[in-house]
Write a protein that binds this ligand. Structure first.
Ligand SMILES: C[S@@+](CC[C@H](N)C(=O)[O-])C[C@H]1O[C@@H](n2cnc3c(N)ncnc32)[C@H](O)[C@@H]1O
Length: 225
């Protein structure tokens, strides 16, 4: 399993043209940033160099979470889901249908190494994959906002996530436009949604996945030092 990268040091640079004044970070030892990326005027280093640190590692997790991506088409979204899955300790990602796999060279742009740390398999037919996972006793939870879905923050949802302790929950995430296939929804024990407060009916798929996964983790035993 890959370890988080070591801390890096950065410098802040600012454009010397008063009318521009763009301020941006570059690595402390980098030659990049000598001229302003907006207006081309020379820049100067401002303030003291600083360091960023990776987040603390969480405690061992109580709940096993796997993920089934049902035809999630965007490389950026899938890469981002890999990165979140790595952070949240997801045990396996099942890539279904047209979902791109880490064999695509551009997936690493957003996965940033997590495509090597999280085990994955590809299944041409996500419905068959869902049936097989259910037959193994895994609990399928779809992420979708529909007439039967419950808020992921509802007490009942959170309590349901806690047991039985040895079961695996497979979070099913749907296509960016058409959502989770109804045939898979029919196999799901639960459909959970992230409540929406604005004019939009849904979140970006990777964002929804992050909210639900970390919510379940938080309520089933993950604690950060
Ligand atoms: C953009 S949505 C699909 C379109 C959505 N069915 C609609 O009618 O707008 C793509 C996927 O992201 C996830 N998703 C997006 N917003 C969500 C939310 N508020 N709650 C749960 N899942 C969500 C679901 O897995 C969904 O299948």
């Amino acid at each position: 399993m890959d370890r988080p990268p070591l801390a890096k040091r950065y410098q802040a640079r600012r454009c010397t043209a008063e009318a521009c004044g763009l301020r941006f970070p570059v690595e402390e030892t980098s030659d990049l940033g000598a001229s302003c990326p907006l207006c081309g005027v020379p820049t100067e280093r401002v303030d003291a160099p600083y360091q960023t640190f990776p987040a603390n590692r969480g405690e061992p997790r109580a709940l096993t979470i796997e993920v089934l991506l049902d035809n999630v088409r965007s490389l950026t979204n899938v890469g981002s889901i890999f990165r979140t899955a790595d952070g949240a300790g997801v045990a396996h990602i099942h890539l279904g249908g047209i979902t791109p796999t880490p064999k695509h060279p551009k997936l690493a742009k957003t996965a940033l190494g997590a495509e090597r740390s999280v085990p994955w398999t590809h299944h041409p037919d996500p419905c068959k994959a869902a049936s097989a996972l259910a037959a193994r006793g895994h609990r399928l939870w779809a992420l979708e906002a529909n007439a039967t879905s419950a808020s992921v923050f509802a007490l009942e949802t959170l309590q349901a996530a806690s047991g039985p302790a040895d079961a695996t929950i497979v979070l099913v995430v749907g296509h960016e436009v058409s959502g989770v296939d109804p045939r898979i929804l029919a196999l799901c024990e639960r459909v959970v949604h992230v409540p929406m407060q604005g004019v939009k009916g849904s979140l970006n798929v990777g964002v929804a996945f992050g909210v639900v996964t970390y919510t379940l983790r938080h309520h089933t035993g993950l604690s950060n030092p």
